[in-house]
Each structure stands twice: as C-alpha cells, then as structure tokens.
Design a protein around this ligand. Structure first.
Ligand code: ADP
Ligand code: MG
Length: 225
C-alpha cells in the first residue's frame, strides 16, 4: 500500500467568477520511505498539490488515500487530527512565531496532539533540537536566528509529532546555496536514517538532485520520471 495515492485529482479555483483548473487529473503514488522532488515553474500547481497532500485543502474531483484512508470522507476535525499525526510541514518562510523562543516554537504542535503527555514535551523538543545541532539556541527568540537556523527550527517543529511524511515547499528558497545544501543534507538524512517519507517542492534542479525521484508539474498536470 502506498503512503500517498492520488487518483485523477483535480482542483479548481474561482478567479473573477471563472473556474480555473489548478490541478488537472493528477495521478501520483508515493511509497513509504521515498524521497521525491516536485519540480515545476512558478504557477504550475506545486503548492496546490502540497496543500492537498498535506490535508490543508480539499480537492474537487478524484480520490486521495493517505495510508489507505480515503480523505474525502473525513470531516474537518478528523482531517486536522490526521494532519497533526502524519504530516510535518517545512515552508520557505519558516513560519515561526518570531517573538516566541525556539523551544516554544518546536513544542507548539504537541499542544494539539493528545498522544504526548505534557511533562515529556520539553524533553522531547530538546532532544530533537540536539539532533539537529541547535540545542544551544533553545532559549533564544526565533527572530534572533539566522535563516539556516530558523529552517532547522521549523524542521524540528515538523519532527516533534513523529510524522510519517515531511512536506517541504521550497524549503531552501530563502537560503543561500551553502545553507540550502545543509538543509537538504538534513532532510536526506531524516529520509535515509529514520525512513520518513520526504516530498520537496522546488523550482531548482540542483536542489531536486537530493531526492531519489523527480516529478514534474506543468499547467496542473503531473509527469513522473
Ligand atoms: N487561492 C487561490 N485562488 C485562486 N487562484 C489560485 C489560488 N492559489 C493558487 N492559485 C493559482 O493556481 C495556480 C497554481 O498555483 P500554485 O499551486 O501556488 O503554484 P506553484 O506553487 O507551482 O507556484 C496559479 O495560477 C495560481 O495563481
Ligand atoms: Mg508554490
């Protein structure tokens, strides 16, 4: 069973009262433990696809099974629960709360996940920060860190719920190329050592080379290599 299975997925946006097809009959299977790069020009539909895979947005046609479960049947609260348990997001702009400490930012997803007892939260967050080489930054405010450090914090936050999938949308888009390489090394390591399925959206072919499989999107259509 594939961890992610999209069959004939289409998604429309309404623009000026007209329907615009942002995803056009996308078929895509991703197996557990794969690392996949999603390549395509700006406006191709990459983020739309990630939002659907990450259960942040609904689709209009087709079927999406996450771990064998048809997600269109789930209500909003079931979707949030599944998202919180299965998916870790890493975004281009890091999406950290600048005025909170690194530690608080990393612990945040656990407040929405009843699986973890409160007294273990801090210990767990510190362990993850240590494994990513930024434990010494735990008490700083997120705004005080460099771009590369901020992206590590956002990866730590993604990892804290032990997701089976990490979805990274242009994770290196705001970083210089050396720092971008460090972040891609880190994501590759999480994929290879922990078996986390990693899907990375990028428009940069060099970044895509870190992933074992490449998928191309153009005009909402998906071509797999
Ligand atoms: N919320 C929205 N409402 C209307 N159109 C949208 C919305 N989000 C994205 N689009 C359009 O859908 C297309 C795909 O967007 P997106 O998935 O963000 O592309 P990418 O991430 O590949 O740059 C673009 O033409 C974009 O303008
Ligand atoms: Mg995008």
């Amino acid at each position: 069973m594939s961890i992610i299975e999209l069959s004939d997925i289409s998604k429309y946006y309404k623009v000026n009262k007209k329907k615009f097809k942002a995803l056009d009959n996308v078929n895509l299977k991703i197996e557990k433990g794969e690392s996949v790069a999603v390549l395509g020009k700006s406006g191709a539909g990459k983020s739309t696809l990630m939002h659907i895979i990450g259960l942040l947005d609904r689709y209009d046609e087709g079927s999406y099974k996450l771990n064998g479960e048809e997600v269109s049947k789930l209500g909003d609260s079931e979707l949030s629960k599944l998202r919180n348990e299965e998916i870790g997001f890493v975004l281009q702009d890091f999406s950290l709360i600048d005025q909170k400490t690194v530690l608080m930012n990393v612990m945040l997803p656990l407040y929405f996940n009843k699986k973890y007892p409160a007294n273990h939260m801090k210990e767990k967050a510190l362990d993850i920060l240590e494994s990513l080489g930024i434990k010494d930054q735990a008490d700083k405010k997120a705004s005080q860190l460099s771009g590369g450090q901020r992206q590590r914090v956002s990866i730590a936050r993604a990892l804290i719920t032990e997701p089976s999938v990490i979805l990274a949308d242009e994770p290196t888009g705001a970083l210089d190329s050396d720092t971008a390489d460090e972040i891609m090394h880190l994501l590759t390591e999480l994929n290879e050592k922990k078996g986390i399925t990693v899907v990375v959206v990028t428009h940069d072919k060099r970044i895509a080379e870190y992933c074992k499989r490449k998928i191309y999107i153009a005009d909402g259509k998906c071509v797999t290599e």
